[in-house]
Ligand binder design. Structure first.
Ligand code: AMP
Length: 357
């Protein structure tokens, strides 16, 4: 495949949720078409895409059909089975980001080991595969410590604090899967940096976001975060090391803990566009969705300069019912995902509230 892909080319996307939808909308602005592969009928992304294949992610026929129509294939979530990328590669499809980024992001132990291997700090951690190993790891790391499943955790699910060493075995049994035990991060703030690497190796980071969670789910991002120039630079360096280390193409998000002395630890990475980057849709010259499409299509990366101070608020569950009020509020940009059912806590949309810098 010759890059840059010209307008009229097709981007294949694994996943049909809101991230796929916003990627498809950004691709459309650049004159590119999108084909979606999703197991769900009537998905948010399929309603704005040129083509949709509804099938399990590892369905060989559907993957062959996706590969045939796509000039490059990307994904909107990281828990795509690893063999999917192998099948696509076997079909001659160009996949971005690649298999390494997926493998690293799917396993919390591999993820932290990789992050440390490129010279970036995380909390102390140990992989634990049994109740006894959990007790032994708690004896070394101390309490409190946070036990998380190695795989498939999201929005704070699959996690348990161990506050007393005698609860270690029971915590492992309750999660019932291979785990990671983490030392507590004494953070004063949670920040994130969303950054992109192009096919030519160019890297561009957006200004940092300051993130606030409720019940393990992102509620609000304030950006550009009020941080020192040193912190901004340190976060950009961290993102650069990770992007280089993964030989990455596309947008990646790095969740950070800011410690009292200003040091940063990486909590986790997401090899995709990210909820903490939604503020860029209205707050930056280029948004994270366009940036990802530019990167995977081999276009030059766009400028990441902030245009406004932005407060991004997720609309969870029935909060989306206030859409008329929100749409009428001055300085508010509203983004709805077109989901048919507003289950409690489900991400239905978000608003960006803008004020001048
Ligand atoms: P995660 O699923 O790893 O993103 O964790 C969800 C949330 O749990 C984070 O946003 C933090 O607020 C908190 N958390 C995760 N890991 C740690 C840790 N090692 N120490 C303290 N808080 C943590």
């Amino acid at each position: 495949m010759a890059f840059a892909l010209p307008p009229g080319s097709t981007i294949g996307i694994l996943g049909g949720g809101q991230l796929g939808r916003m990627l498809a909308l950004a691709a459309a602005r650049l004159g590119l078409d999108v084909a979606i592969l999703t197991p769900d009928e009537d998905s948010p992304a399929s309603r704005v895409a040129k083509t949709t294949f509804v099938a399990p992610y590892d369905d060989p026929d559907a993957l062959a059909a996706l590969a045939k129509v796509s000039d490059v294939v990307t994904f909107e979530f990281e828990n795509v089975p690893a063999r999917v990328v192998e099948i696509l590669a076997g079909l001659g499809a160009v996949v971005a980001p690649g298999a390494k980024a997926l493998a690293v992001a799917q396993d919390r132990v591999d993820e932290k080991s990789f992050i440390n291997s490129v010279g970036v700090s995380t909390v102390g951690f140990e992989g634990v595969n049994s109740a006894i190993e959990c007790e032994e790891a708690v004896a070394r790391i101390g309490v409190p410590a946070l036990l998380k499943t190695r795989r498939d955790g999201y929005d704070g699910k699959g996690q348990r604090w161990i506050r007393d060493a005698k609860d270690a075995a029971a915590a492992f049994e309750a999660l019932g899967a291979p785990c990671i035990l983490e030392a507590p991060a004494p953070f004063v703030r949670e920040l994130s940096v969303v950054a992109a690497r192009g096919r030519d190796g160019a890297v561009a980071a957006f200004p940092l976001g300051e993130n606030h969670h409720e019940n393990g789910v992102l509620r609000r991002t304030l950006a550009p975060a009020a941080v020192s120039p040193e912190t901004e630079e340190a976060a950009q360096d961290i993102a650069g090391c990770i992007l280089e280390g993964l030989d990455y193409v596309g947008v990646l998000a790095v969740e950070l803990f800011e410690l009292e002395n200003g040091d940063l630890l990486v909590n986790e990475i997401a090899p995709r566009v990210h909820n903490t980057g939604h503020w860029t849709q209205d707050g930056c010259l280029t948004d994270q969705f366009e940036q990802h499409i530019r990167a995977v299509a081999g276009w030059p990366l766009g400028p990441t300069t902030a245009l406004a101070r932005t407060e991004m608020t997720n609309l969870l569950g029935s909060e989306v019912d206030a859409w008329t009020l929100l749409a009428g509020e001055p300085g508010v940009c509203i983004h709805l995902y077109g989901k048919r059912h507003a289950a409690p806590g489900r991400k239905m949309g978000h608003v960006n509230r803008l004020t001048s810098l």
